[in-house]
Structures are given as C-alpha cells and as structure tokens.
Design a protein around this ligand. Structure first.
Ligand code: GLY
Ligand code: MN
Ligand code: MN
Length: 427
C-alpha cells in the first residue's frame, strides 16, 4: 500500500450500510480486479477494485469478500478470502497480507485463504436464497474486457442454477455516492496534494518549457506525497485545450498562449479532479481575461446551486442558460442563434459541449444515480468551460465540491482561481 491505511471503522461502517440493504437470506460476493497482462510477460499495475476497497480497504489481488448477514454460523457472516502468502510470491511480488494484518485493516474477523473458498461458499449457498453479484453498471462504461466478477457470475450460475441472482451494483452505487466524514477527509487530502502540485506549476511555468515539463512537476508532488494521478492528466496549450481528452502533453509552451491543466491526485484511491487555466507568460491578455471571467462566474453560480434535492439535469440546464448569457455578452453567440435554437441542441453546446459535473470518489467519474436528487454527502465536480478552436484557446475551470445541508463546501477552496491570484502566484 502506498498510502496510510484508512481507519478500519470506515470499512466496517460501509459493510453495515450494505448489509442493511440486503433482503433476508441474501449473500453478496465481491471479487478483486485482475492483474492485466502486457503483450509479453509483463503486467500492468493493478487498480484496486473500488467496491471491494470501499468495503474492506484491501488492494491485494485475488481477494474475495463474502457478506451473508443471516448465515447460521455467526463467524461466517463476513468472510474475507486472501491469496495465501508463500516464499515464492513474496520473493517476486513483495509482502502479502497475513491473517492478523487483514483483520486489523478491514475489521473482519474471519480471514481464510483463497483455496478454501469453494468449500465454504458451497456451505453458505445451501442456506442462501438470493445471490448479489457485482457488475460494472456505470452508465457510460464501455467495458469490453471481462472482470473477475463477470467470470464469477458465469461460474456460480452454472454451479448453482436454481438460486435467485440479483444486481449488487445499484446497492453499491447508492452507498458509495454518499460520502462519510472519514471519506471526505481522505478526499480533502487528495485535493490538498493536487493543490501542492498546482502551486509548484504556477512557480515553474514559463515560455520555452513544454507540456511534459509541467506534467512532471505535478508528478513530483504527487509521488512524494504517496499519491498517484487520479486519471491521465491533461496538460494542453493553445488549441490543444480544445480537445477534451487531450493527453499527448508534449508541445512547447509559447508566450501569449493559455495552458489548460486538468489534473488531480488520487490518495488512498480517492480522487480529486481539478482544472485550472493559466497564461504561459504569467499575464492574461484582455480577451483571455474576458473569457476566463465568464467561465469563473458560471463556476461560482453553479457551485452555489449545489444542495440536497437538486436534480443533475436541472443543474446542467441552469448552467447552460447562464453560459448562453455569457456567450452573448462575449459576442460568440448572436441573439438570433439563441432565438432559433433547437431545444435538444441549444446554441450554447457549440462552445460548452460537455457536462457541468459528475460525482467523484473512488472513481473519478464516480458511481451514483443521477436521476435521483442530490443528497448531503455527495461530492460533485463543477466544471464549466468555453472552447474556441478559431481563437486557438479554451478555458475550463473545475473544483471538487461537497454537498451539505448547510451549503456547498469547496474542497479546493484554497487552490488559486481568481485571475489576479493566478497572476500574482506566477510573478
Ligand atoms: N478529468 C476528467 C473530468 O474532468 O471529468
Ligand atoms: Mn471532472
Ligand atoms: Mn477534470
């Protein structure tokens, strides 16, 4: 583990939240992610399975969690199966969790080795009626690769064809979207590490460097603070910033250009998602400043709207109306563009074509049902932007913000965003 372990009571509380959602006689099974291969004998760094991590804090490969709140044998109501450590796997791969370490990390008493899974699972299945298994049900996921959970669904249905199989994903989404205080503290850490990276970049940025130099400065702060990039960073100068998922990050920084930085740290697997747009020379031109301030105003008013009960689509619509006004003032839209617009394809989309924000947590685009009203404990990004390829520039600003009953709490409050503050920090 690169990070400090999270408090085990966080994972214990998450398991009880899940257990409360399970109908009587239900068993839930969660699998670790696979270690994916390269094209030769190498492997890609494993990404902890977000649901398994949420419920246990375990990042180790081949782990299986079984939750069966009604199991007759009290000891088997929560069982964690781990890959057994041996000399060979520890020589090549490093330390594997011992039973006592896993108990301490997860708060689970019953730790067994993975080879015991088939026998124990069979016993439990003889008592269970409903079987909750996980699949990736993120609305925008386009996963072609089978996961261990996907394979498990097939295997278990073949071995036990007469049980009632159910979807675990909606239950996990409903608990993960509402963050506990302990999770918010970790997300604040991820935001604070992101801030350190950005402040370093503000000091270093100047014409003559390249986008890769800037990515390296973020990397420097993230790695020494035991974090990683939460997603592939976007470090985009000039017209590159008009490509929403630009990731090449190699072009030279030129005087007079803007530099868009969509970069966030992940600490203990919890993500931060930040975007700032800064002038390479340290000073915005008048035109850049006008566009910048327009985006900042939409960010501010959209952040202020975040509250329990808000519907994501209403929030998006309001921001599009605000942005339309800004684009009219900037002369980018003409009143007639707006008057004759198709409501399904409003004129604003020409310059602001993406979503205003998304839930964030263990995944950057986190799980959570966006057709339901927001609740206290949701953490959302707010990320308006204006993209003008004809002027070879784009401005996007993005904060990570907690929804509470007493108003929004910006976890990136301390990261410079006002144009004057950016210019001052670059001097
Ligand atoms: N960094 C990805 C996003 O802003 O959604
Ligand atoms: Mn985002
Ligand atoms: Mn982002």
């Amino acid at each position: 583990m690169r990070h400090e372990p999270l408090p085990p009571k966080l994972h214990t509380a998450n398991r009880s939240r899940l257990a409360k959602l399970l109908p009587p006689k239900s068993i839930a099974v969660l699998n670790a992610n696979d270690i994916l291969p390269t094209n030769a004998d190498g492997s890609i760094l494993m990404r902890a399975n977000s649901d398994l991590f949420h419920l246990t804090g375990v990042e180790q490969e081949e782990t299986i969690l079984v939750i069966f709140p009604d199991a007759d044998n009290e000891k088997l109501r929560e069982v964690l199966f781990l890959r057994e450590p041996n000399e060979h796997n520890e020589l090549w791969e490093g330390h594997k969790l011992r039973r006592e370490e896993a108990q301490k990390l997860t708060g689970i008493r019953e730790i067994k080795w993975a080879q015991d899974f088939p026998v124990t699972f069979r016993q439990l299945m003889c008592e269970a009626e409903h079987v909750y298994i996980n699949t990736n049900e993120h609305k925008r996921a386009t996963a072609e690769v089978q996961t261990r959970d996907d394979r498990f669904v097939r295997e278990v249905r073949e071995r036990f064809p007469l049980h009632d199989y159910r979807r675990l994903a909606p239950l996990m989404h409903s608990i993960r979207v509402v963050k506990s205080d302990a999770e918010i503290r970790v997300m604040q850490t991820a935001c604070d590490i992101t801030a350190m990276g950005f402040k370093r970049v503000l000091r270093k940025t100047k014409p003559g460097l390249s986008e890769s130099d800037i990515e390296a400065e973020f990397s420097h702060e993230f790695i020494r603070n035991r974090a990683r990039f939460a997603y592939e960073p976007i470090v985009a100068t000039g017209v590159n910033a008009c490509c929403l998922h630009y990731q090449t990050n190699t072009d030279p920084l030129k005087d007079g250009q803007l530099l868009l930085l969509d970069v966030g740290a992940a600490y203990a697997n919890y993500a931060a998602d930040m975007t700032r747009t800064i002038p390479v020379s340290g000073k915005f031109t008048r035109r850049q400043r006008m566009i910048y301030d327009a985006v900042l105003r939409v960010l501010r008013v959209s952040t202020a709207r975040l509250k329990p009960g808000l519907l994501h689509k209403e929030w998006q619509k309001a921001a599009e109306a605000d942005m339309t006004e800004e684009l009219l003032k900037l002369g980018l839209l003409k009143p007639r563009d707006v008057k004759k617009q198709d409501p399904d394809k409003p004129a604003v989309k020409k310059y602001f074509m993406h979503g205003l924000g998304h839930p964030i947590g263990l995944d950057v685009h986190d799980v959570g049902d966006l057709t339901k009203p927001m609740e206290a404990g949701w953490v959302m990004t707010v990320e308006p932007g204006i993209y003008i390829p004809a002027e070879k520039l784009a401005v996007r600003l993005e904060d990570t913000v907690l929804v509470t009953d007493n108003g929004p709490v910006n976890l990136m409050e301390k990261i410079p965003i006002e144009a004057e503050a950016i210019e001052a920090a670059m001097r």
